[in-house]
Ligand binder design. Structure first.
Ligand code: SAM
Ligand code: ZN
Length: 278
C-alpha cells in the first residue's frame, strides 16, 4: 500500500468501490490496480459512490437539513453529548488506532476525535455534507460513500461512531478490528418530546427497547438527558429542520415557532458501546 504524505498527514487508505482493491493517491486521483480512478475534490474529499449505488440524484440529507444541523450544532446545544462521547473514547479507545464516523454528516463529531497519533475518517452519502466537512476539518479524511459497502479493509478501525445514522451491522462488524469498539447514539425516550408535542396530537416517545446489533457485545448503555432552553427562534427552526418530522410541520406551526423567544425542550440520548469480542 502506498503511504504518501501530504502536509505531514499520511494519505488515506481506501479500497476501490468497484473492485475492492487498494486505492493509491497519485497526484489528485485515487487509482486502483485495475485503473479505476476517483478524483480528489478541491476540498480534499473523494467521492467513492459509484453511480450504480446511488439510488437518487442527491442521496442523504438535503442542503437545507445539512445547513440547519450545522448551525444548530455550532451553537453548542449538543455539547454535553460531545463531552460524553469523548470521555468514553478516552476511557476505552486505543488512541493510536484509526477512527471512523459512519454517516458523519458535516463532520461535527468526527473531527473532535482527532489527536496527534490517530487517523480519523468520515463517510456520508450526502455530498453536500461531506463538502462542508472536508472544507472545515482538514486533519480528517472524508469520503462520499454508502454505509452498505464501506471502502475499507477488514479490521481497519479500532473505534467507530454512529450518531443518529443508519447502522449497517455486517459492514460495521467487518471493518472493526477484534477488541475494537462501536459507539452508537440513538434517541432515548424523551428526545425532543416537547417539540414533537407541538407537531403531533398524540406525540409518541421513542421506543428504545430494540438492541440493533447482535454480532457485537454490548459493553455499556448510558443515557444523557438535559433541557435545552431556546431564546432565539432561529435555533428552534434549525432544530425542527434537522428532524425527520420536519415535513409534518404546517406553515402555521413554523410561523408560531418563529414568534417564540423562549422554549424548553429535552435532549435525551442513548449511548451504547459495543465491542467486537471475537
Ligand atoms: C441525522 S444525520 C446525522 C449526521 C451526523 N452523524 C450528526 O449527528 O451530525 C444522518 C446522516 O446519515 C447519512 N446517511 C443516511 N443513509 C446513509 C447511507 N446509506 N450511507 C451513508 N450515509 C447515510 C445522511 O446523509 C445523514 O448525513
Ligand atoms: Zn478498482
Amino acid at each position: 500500500m502506498t503511504d504518501l504524505t501530504i502536509n505531514n498527514i499520511s494519505a488515506p487508505h481506501y479500497l476501490c468501490p468497484l473492485c475492492q482493491q487498494a486505492l493509491s493517491l497519485v497526484g489528485k486521483s485515487f487509482i486502483c490496480a485495475k485503473k479505476h480512478s476517483f478524483d480528489q475534490a478541491k476540498e480534499g474529499y473523494v467521492n467513492l459512490l459509484p453511480v450504480q449505488h446511488k439510488h437518487s440524484k442527491d442521496p442523504g440529507d438535503n442542503k437545507a437539513m445539512v445547513n440547519a444541523r450545522r448551525n444548530f450544532l455550532d451553537n453548542g446545544f449538543y455539547q454535553p453529548l460531545i463531552a460524553k462521547l469523548l470521555s468514553v473514547y478516552q476511557e476505552y479507545g486505543d488512541q493510536s488506532q484509526a477512527v471512523f464516523d459512519a454517516g458523519c454528516g458535516e463532520g461535527y463529531y468526527t473531527h473532535q476525535h482527532k489527536n496527534l497519533t490517530n487517523t480519523v475518517y468520515g463517510t456520508d452519502i450526502a455530498k453536500n455534507a461531506i463538502r462542508i466537512a472536508a472544507k472545515r476539518y482538514k486533519d480528517c479524511f472524508f469520503s462520499v460513500g454508502t454505509l452498505a459497502q464501506l471502502p475499507f479493509e477488514n479490521n481497519f478501525f479500532g473505534w467507530m461512531i454512529s450518531i443518529y445514522a443508519p447502522i449497517l451491522e455486517t459492514e460495521f462488524s467487518r471493518v472493526l478490528n477484534t477488541n475494537g469498539y462501536l459507539l452508537t447514539v440513538t434517541p432515548a425516550e424523551n428526545h425532543l418530546y416537547e417539540l414533537k408535542q407541538l407537531i403531533y396530537r398524540d406525540a409518541k416517545r421513542h421506543d428504545t427497547s430494540k438492541t440493533p446489533i447482535k454480532s457485537l457485545t454490548l459493553i455499556s448503555e448510558q443515557r444523557i438527558n438535559y433541557t435545552m432552553n431556546f431564546t432565539q427562534s432561529t435555533d428552534l427552526i434549525n432544530l425542527l429542520a434537522m428532524t425527520p418530522f420536519a415535513f409534518k410541520a404546517s406553515e402555521q406551526l413554523i410561523e408560531e415557532l418563529k414568534a417564540k423567544n423562549s422554549f424548553a425542550c429535552q435532549a435525551d440520548f442513548l449511548i451504547r458501546l459495543y465491542q467486537k469480542t471475537a
